[in-house]
Ligand binder design. Sequence first.
Ligand SMILES: C[S@@+](CC[C@H](N)C(=O)[O-])C[C@H]1O[C@@H](n2cnc3c(N)ncnc32)[C@H](O)[C@@H]1O
Length: 257
Amino acid sequence: MRYLTFLQALHESLAPSTYLEIGIRNGDSLALARCRSVGIDPAYHLTAEVDCDLALFRTVSDEYFSRPEPLAPFGGKHVDLAFIDGLHLFEFALRDFIYVERHCAPTGVIVFDDVFPRTVDEAARDRHTRAWTGDVFKVLQVLQRFRPDLLCLRVGTQPTGLLLVTGLDPGSTVLTERYDEIVAEYVRADPQDVPDDILTRVAAQPPARVLDSPVWSALRAARDAGRSGEGFRREVAEIVRTSLGVTTGAAAASSAG
Ligand SMILES: C[S@@+](CC[C@H](N)C(=O)[O-])C[C@H]1O[C@@H](n2cnc3c(N)ncnc32)[C@H](O)[C@@H]1O
C-alpha cells in the first residue's frame, strides 16, 4: 500500500479536528486533510488541490515552534493528527517530534515518514540518491529507549514506511532534557549503520492490519469525550496489544531483537 493511500484512510478513521504537517512540498499529503490544518515548509510549491481550512507557513519548523503561540491557527486547540516529513536528518525529526507532542492532545497521533530506508545509501545523512530517507529511522530506536511509555507502530507502506506514535504525553520533558546527549550518541558520519530489521522490515505491520485495528475509533471516541489520563492510556495500550500484538516501545524493541 502506498503511504498516501494509508494516510487517507487514517484521516478518515480518525477524523481529526486539527492537522499539522511539517514538510509539505507539493501538497500531496496535505491534500488528504479535511479539517483545520497547518502546513510548515520553507520551500513549498503547492500543485495538489487542497480541500481544507488551511494556514501555510513558509518557514522551517524550528522557527515556527519558537513562536509564542504555535497553536494560534487552531484557535488554541491541540493537534489531533500530525505528519512529520520535513528535513530527513535524525536530529531534525526528533526535534519535530518534541515540538509536536508538546502541542498534541493525549489522544493525538504523530506520523513519521521514511523510517524504512531500503538501502544504506538511501539512509545517508549526506544525500546522494534521488529517493532519500536520511537517518530518520533512528527516531524509532530513540523513542523505544527513552520513551517506552509511547506506543510506536511501524507500518510497511511503500515506498519507505511510516512510524505511527500514540499514547502521547504532552507534558513529558525526557527528550528535551536528554536531547544533547541523544544527538551526541546517535548522530554518526556516513555510512549509517542501518539495522537489518529496518532494511528487511521484519517488524513492520502490514498497512491493512493497522488500519483495521479498533484503536483509531477508540482514540476518536476518547478525543470526542475529552478523555485523557492513565485509565485512557491503559485502555488504548490494551487495544493496540490485542489488535496488533504491540505493547510498548520497550517491548517492541526487544521483540525486534
Ligand atoms: C519529502 S518533502 C514532503 C513531502 C510531502 N509531505 C508529501 O508527502 O507529499 C520534504 C519537504 O520538507 C521541507 N523541509 C526541509 N527542511 C524543513 C524544515 N526544517 N522544516 C520544515 N520543512 C522542511 C522541504 O522543503 C520539502 O518540501
